[in-house]
Design a protein around this ligand. Sequence first.
Ligand SMILES: C[S@@+](CC[C@H](N)C(=O)[O-])C[C@H]1O[C@@H](n2cnc3c(N)ncnc32)[C@H](O)[C@@H]1O
Length: 180
Amino acid sequence: MTFLYLFLTLALLIFLYLLIFRYKVPWVPIWQKDLDRLNELIELSDNKVFYDLGCGNGRVLFYFAQKYPQVNFIGIELSLILYFICQFRKYLGRYENVKIKLGDYMKTDLNQADYVFVFANQEPMQQIGAKIEKKVHKNLILISYCFEINNWQDFLIKKDKPSPADNIIYIYQYQKKKKY
Ligand SMILES: C[S@@+](CC[C@H](N)C(=O)[O-])C[C@H]1O[C@@H](n2cnc3c(N)ncnc32)[C@H](O)[C@@H]1O
């Protein structure tokens, strides 16, 4: 019996490690209450494409996919367990406007993106900004939960923190610089 408990505890620890701690940006979902705040801050247009880079369990994706059936949602997730959780939620909810892709968002082509949502970390956020500047050839709206992109002040259109206890939401309107 003791052996069984030990085995189950070990299995649970491995599961939690794979689920949460394995990557540079661990799985911490956006606060549930902030979904409505996010919805107040952005309005999505029909037939546009919304990416969630590191979509976790799909909290942001499925919330907006239900509100905007005419928008295409793409979630990129590196963790296999979270990817399957999203696929299962997509299947249960019959979301036809949601695609979940297993992979690294740093290697994802964002040239089809109109909106990009990211809840990452300080360092990956700078890398995502640099990647967009280098690889994306169009304008887009980037929404960052908690972390700013240091050299994107010119693109910042909203910074929302209703109270000291709230997390900051940054909204950037990225504009591809013209080469002369
Ligand atoms: C802080 S969580 C945010 C989850 C979700 N976007 C939300 O707001 O609820 C970050 C997620 O990004 C995933 N992740 C980390 N690095 C990644 C990468 N390079 N490519 C794809 N997903 C990644 C993690 O597995 C985790 O699920």
